[in-house]
Design a protein around this ligand. Sequence first.
Ligand code: IMP
Ligand code: MG
Length: 172
Amino acid sequence: MEEKVNVLISEEEVSARIKEMAAELSRKYRGRTVHLIGILKGSIMFMAELSKHMTVPVTMDFLAVSSYGSGTVSSGNVTLKMDLSVDIEGRDVVVVEDILDSGRTLSYVVELLKEKNPDTLKVITLLDKPDRRVIPVELEMTGFEIPDRFVVGYGLDYAEKYRNLPFIGALD
Ligand code: IMP
Ligand code: MG
């Protein structure tokens, strides 16, 4: 069955906000190199777009974790599927994630990365669903706070579909 996708945040709005976020990050990290760590696969579009507009030196790495299965309900336990490729000790790390929902994924990732002794460790997300929080996570910055709806596009999927949509849509 085909699901219906309604535009929640347009392509123009998303790209304008990401440019603002890139400018703000570049100001905050002036004189330093930002080591972006994207959480696969949802963060890819956000990370690509954000990094293109950053004006400080940027390095990149990725982590893969599993949280959601193929549906819209979190499984509750998070496991590491792919580790970092370079050491982060002494680096200024910014974790880049598509969406903060229950907080399980990001709290797991933050604890994992803290043990590797980065110089600084911050988290940014494109979207935040504050109503759904189970575990608190401190965000440095977020693109948009959204209501409790299941969203797709701009990297976010439903059963691996819709990641390529250039806007944020609500699945209804
Ligand atoms: P959390 O661990 O519950 O905070 O969930 C975070 C992860 O769940 C994100 O990295 C997404 O992959 C996925 N997720 C949460 N909400 C949505 C949604 O509305 N659409 C698509 N994926 C979502
Ligand atoms: Mg994800």
